[in-house]
Design a protein around this ligand. Structure first.
Ligand SMILES: N[C@@H](CCC(=O)N[C@@H](CS)C(=O)NCC(=O)O)C(=O)O
Length: 234
């Protein structure tokens, strides 16, 4: 059995989708990141970066003690290796998938995250920051579009993989962030194909419960994280 410490966000969905794709039994443990539950000591013990999601595998392949994993790229690779699915076994195929997972983890996710922050959430609208991250997000959509033109199927090649599972939830923010997939026809085709998967639908349906209003407390908990105060919180 796997514990999924989770909130329904793009990073959370990566792992709920992966677990649904794998058909592994799992228990959802909600972490309300708006009320600050990511700073609870028991959560920090498995996710020291105070970010969701994280998993605890109570039946690791080595038969040993329960094993915890944080960072979605690492969780996707861990689950793929545990089950032998969505990550090819040959060196080239595996590297292609890992390259695109790393691209998502270092580019698509953080840049769309920053664009969303400055364009939608920040109380002060700073034109330079909005433009900077909008341009970078648009560049990354362009990179993804050209890659999907090349593969004509999925992000890392002919087969659906953890690269698709990593990228898809972030592209779900396109409308809210002011991007039209009509400008990225290959992304549009891929997006529709991934979205139509029943396992993806099931993963997205997990935990709609945790959505709460984005109030002043949430703003403080999520956007006011100064190293010194955070050390005090734990
Ligand atoms: N690089 C991390 C990012 C995770 C992340 O940013 N999670 C957000 C929700 S999407 C979070 O937990 N935010 C809580 C906070 O900002 O304190 C991963 O891929 O796991």
């Amino acid at each position: 059995m796997i514990d999924l410490h989770y909130a329904p966000t793009p990073n959370g969905w990566k792992i709920s989708i992966m677990l649904e794709e794998l058909g592994l039994p799992y228990t959802v443990i909600p972490v309300n990141i708006r009320s600050g539950e990511q700073f609870r000591p028991e959560f920090l013990a498995i996710s020291p970066n105070n970010r969701i999601p994280a998993v605890v595998d109570h039946a690791p392949s080595d038969g040993g003690e329960p094993f915890s994993v944080f960072e979605t790229g690492a969780i996707l690779i861990y689950l793929a290796e545990k089950t032998g699915r969505f990550l090819p076994g040959d060196a080239r195929g595996r590297s292609k998938v890992v390259q695109w997972v790393m691209w998502q983890m270092s580019g698509l996710g953080p840049m769309l995250g920053q664009h969303g922050h400055f364009a939608l959430y920040a109380a002060e609208k700073i034109p330079y920051a909005i433009e900077r991250y909008r341009d970078e997000a648009a560049r990354l959509y362009g990179v993804l579009d050209r890659q999907l033109d090349k593969t004509a199927a999925y992000v890392a090649g002919d087969d659906y993989s953890i690269a698709d599972i990593a990228c898809f939830p972030w592209t779900m923010t396109h409308k809210a962030q002011g991007f039209s997939l009509d400008d990225y026809p290959n992304v549009k085709r891929w997006y529709a194909a991934v979205r139509a998967r029943p396992q993806v639908q099931a993963g997205l349906a997990i935990g709609k419960f945790v959505k709460e209003p984005f109030d002043e407390e949430a703003r403080r908990n999520m956007f006011g994280q100064k190293a010194k105060e955070m050390a005090g919180k734990t």
